[in-house]
Design a protein. Sequence first.
Length: 233
Amino acid sequence: MRMGYAKQVFPKQGLRYPKIDEKPPFQTFSEIQKRIARGSLTKAEEAELWECLFFSSDELVAVLEHVRATSRRPFIYPMILTAAHTGARRSELMRMEVQDIDLETEMMTIREKKRVKGTRSSRRVPLSAPLKQVLTDWLPQVTGRYVFQAEETELTNDEAIHDIRSTLANSPWKHVRGWHVFRHSFISNCASCGIDQRIIDDWVGHQNDAMRKRYRHRLQEMYPAVARSKEIF
């Protein structure tokens, strides 16, 4: 109405909308394989399961080793490792500048767009030892403004998506369709390690309660009381 395209408010009073199903919790590669192996799932249901994929710490080591050995462009491995060790989104990785990485303090600044509407915000994430080593080797090779770029030109969304899919195409992880799996993996593994929810939120930025619920079940692995309750009941 403000733009002049509608003459009156949409008459929604009394309408009943169909219910939607909440998204399943995040699951490991082996958990999804087992569910699919049981049969009875449609292709759409299988695809929905793969959208819930996260890599356990052991699985992540294998995936990253595959990426390191097979990636065709030099920035791909450092970029995917950064996603896996910080929970950064694809768009955040593409905007990351050389000045955002401080190897001395072992901290990384991630430029945000989602957390505060209309405001350029940022968050800081500590560098893991493996990530610090890879970035120490990679940054001297960067000649442009951005940390991850293709031949001195800014990386596009299509290129970033194509790079991850082509890198994993001939691997057991060919079902991975995008960068979000590494964000999910970082969050879920942090939860499995018992890291405080508030710290996870500080590291990964904007999250809603529905998203937190999808990986919160990983916390159960950390509490002896939960295991004990299974024995009692």
